[in-house]
Structures are given as structure tokens and as C-alpha cells.
Design a protein around this ligand. Structure first.
Ligand SMILES: NC(=O)c1ccc[n+]([C@@H]2O[C@H](COP(=O)([O-])OP(=O)(O)OC[C@H]3O[C@@H](n4cnc5c(N)ncnc54)[C@H](O)[C@@H]3O)[C@@H](O)[C@H]2O)c1
Length: 318
């Protein structure tokens, strides 16, 4: 399959989803977006995209997919706050699991050929020092959010078996870049960028030695396009139909803060506050399978990506 003719992107007004929409639109696809605008913004979308404001759990969303003649459904809408999932696991499951099933049933009715799903390499694998994690690493989600991402991957596999749907799960590491919301709990790069812009001290939870694998959102969008063309063939296991999308490089929070402060040229202090319970100490995913089978590898260096992100933060502040 070449560039999909007609694509539906859920969560397309959000941070990652809007870059995915841009990538499909640039490649010539006709793009429709479902987003309830709970955190997404209309202004993130190109004029060419058709936005339908609705909940992925709604009948309207299901019918749109069933009747829209889409080649690809690219699913990015989610409840994605780990702490919300801990406090209200039912809400997390309603949006992330029941919402997915609603879309899958619409896709089945509408004869959609392929689903690309935004999973998370940061939460489906357990804590381990054997990094970076390959796709085959043991799965041990420790939050309801992690369980809902892994469960979604299993549902996608079941739909592949039952109905021949082509399904691909992309297990992202920590995605960063322009349009990431600096006000939530997630997105440490966006949060640091905003603190630096305001001349405030950068706040680090714990001693700052915890590591993450930071991947630039433009690279992630490109992976979505490649996954939309990938032929799963007889891929019949959870891991065969999944790709880690990350750099495999661990960067400590302290190193990240230092690099951002240095890049800004400002004199900014770093303050440490107590570590948050339940936070993984180390995380990184191995992208070798994506390189082999999707011909994807990250192209933007951390320094280059941070520069682009900080320029965007400054631009937004006017
Ligand atoms: N940001 C990361 O580092 C990261 C890492 C791994 C996986 N992911 C996954 O990528 C996806 C996108 O994340 P993001 O960082 O762009 O977040 P985001 O909050 O910017 O995007 C989510 C979008 O979904 C929309 N949405 C939420 N609930 C909805 C609902 N019930 N119905 C319709 N729309 C709804 C929001 O308005 C928003 O536009 C999520 O599935 C997330 O779990 C993100």
C-alpha cells in the first residue's frame, strides 16, 4: 500500500496527533480528525483537515468511522495521565479500552483496512536494568494506564485474527517537541521550557538521576506514516505487530535540564523536590526492529530537537 488516500486521526488536535495529521496531509492524504478538544486545540490543525468534535466513546465517532470509507484509522486520543488512571481506573478504562472498542467496531463495519495505534514503551514494559527494552521484553505495566495500553494492543491482535484488520502498535518512548502542553503532569521538556522562558527555577523531582529516552515528535510522525504502509504479512503475535519508537539513548533529567538551560543562554537555578512515588528509575526502548522493518530511525538529535522546542515555546509566549 502506498500513501493512504483517506485517513482518520483520533486525538489529531493534540500534541503528537497534530504532527501526525501534518505528515499525512503533506503526503497527500485526505485527513479527518476526531477530537473532543479536552486538551487538543483546533489551531494545531492545518486548514485542509476536517475536524469532527466528538468523544471517541460516542455513537457519532463509531458511525463516522463506519461510513467514512477510511483506509487508515490512526488512534491517538487517550486518557494519558498515569496519576488520573491510578485515581480513577474506571475512567481510564472507559476512554482507553471502551473507546478503542467503539472505534474498532466502527472500523469493522466500515471495512477499514488498517489501524495505527499510539501505545507506550514507557509503561507496557516493567522496570528493569536490561535496557533498552526490545519489543520482546517482559510486559509488566504497573499502572491502570499501562494496563489499558497493553490491553488495547491485545484487542488489536484479536481483531487482526478475527477480521483480517491490519493493526500496528507504536510503542513510543518520551515524545517531546513543539505543541506539547507545558501545564500538565507529562512532558518534562515542555515544563522545563516554560520555566526557563519565565526565568523560573527548573524543578526536578528526586535527585535527577532518573533516565528517559527522548524522541522528537517529527520523528514520531514519520514513523506513523511508515507504519501506515507497513505490510504486517502473517504477523501473529503481540510483539510482531508492535514497534518501539525511541532512540535507545538514556538521558538523565539532570542532563536534560542542564542542556536546556545552557541552550537558552539564561542563568537559571535548578531546585530538587521530593521524588514522586511510582516513577520508573530508568526507561529506554530499542528501535532496531523499526529500523529493520519500517526503515525508521530517529533523525533529529536531542540538541536539535530541544532547540526547535524552545524556539516554539518562546514564539508562543509572543
Ligand atoms: N507524549 C508522550 O510522550 C507519549 C508517550 C507514549 C504514548 N503516548 C500516546 O500518544 C497519544 C497522544 O498523546 P499526546 O502526548 O499527544 O497527548 P495530547 O493530550 O496532546 O493528545 C490527546 C488528544 O486526544 C484528545 N482526546 C482525549 N480524550 C478524548 C476522547 N475521549 N475523545 C476524543 N478525543 C479525546 C485530546 O483533546 C487531545 O487532543 C496518547 O494515546 C498517548 O497515550 C504519548
Amino acid at each position: 500500500m502506498s500513501t493512504p488516500r483517506k485517513v482518520l486521526v483520533t486525538g489529531g488536535a493534540g500534541f503528537i496527533g497534530s504532527h501526525v495529521v501534518d505528515a499525512y496531509a503533506r503526503a497527500g492524504s485526505d485527513v479527518t480528525v476526531i477530537d473532543d478538544l479536552s486538551s487538543g486545540k483546533r489551531e494545531h490543525l492545518p486548514d485542509s483537515a476536517n475536524l469532527v468534535v466528538c468523544d471517541i466513546c460516542s455513537e457519532e465517532a463509531k458511525e463516522l468511522i463506519a461510513s467514512g470509507d477510511f483506509d487508515v484509522v490512526n488512534h491517538h486520543a487517550a486518557q494519558m495521565d498515569v496519576r488520573v488512571s491510578v485515581n480513577d481506573p474506571g475512567l481510564d478504562a472507559t476512554i482507553n479500552i471502551m473507546g478503542l472498542l467503539n472505534l474498532l467496531e466502527g472500523a469493522r463495519e466500515g471495512g477499514v483496512e488498517r489501524i495505527v495505534f499510539a501505545s507506550s514503551g514507557g509503561v507496557v514494559y516493567g522496570e528493569s536494568n536490561d535496557l533498552p527494552h526490545p519489543e520482546s521484553a517482559p510486559k509488566l505495566p504497573v499502572s491502570p494506564y499501562g494496563v489499558s495500553k497493553l490491553t488495547s494492543e491485545y484487542y488489536l491482535c484479536a481483531y487482526m485474527h478475527m477480521y483480517g484488520l491490519k493493526a500496528v502498535s507504536l510503542r513510543y518512548s518520551n515524545v517531546y517537541g513543539p505543541r506539547q502542553n507545558p501545564h500538565g503532569e507529562a512532558g518534562v521538556v515542555a515544563i522545563f521550557g516554560n520555566q526557563i522562558r519565565k526565568g523560573e527555577a527548573v524543578t526536578i523531582y528526586g535527585d535527577g538521576s532518573q533516565t528517559r529516552d527522548y524522541v522528537f515528535v517529527g520523528d514520531v510522525a514519520r514513523a506513523n506514516l511508515l507504519a501506515s504502509e507497513w505490510d504486517p504479512g502473517a504477523a501473529s503475535s503481540l510483539d510482531a505487530a508492535a514497534f518501539n519508537i525511541g532512540t535507545g539513548v538514556e538521558t538523565s533529567v539532570t542532563a536534560l535540564a542542564d542542556s536546556m538551560i545552557e541552550g537558552s543562554g539564561k542563568d537559571i537555578a535548578v531546585v530538587h523536590v521530593p521524588a514522586r512515588t511510582g516513577e520508573l528509575l530508568r526507561s529506554a526502548v530499542d528501535g532496531a526492529k523499526a529500523e529493520r522493518e519500517l526503515a525508521w530511525s530517529p533523525e533529529i538529535s536531542l540538541e536539535g530537537g530541544l532547540r526547535q522546542t524552545y524556539s516554539w515555546v518562546m514564539e508562543m509566549a509572543g
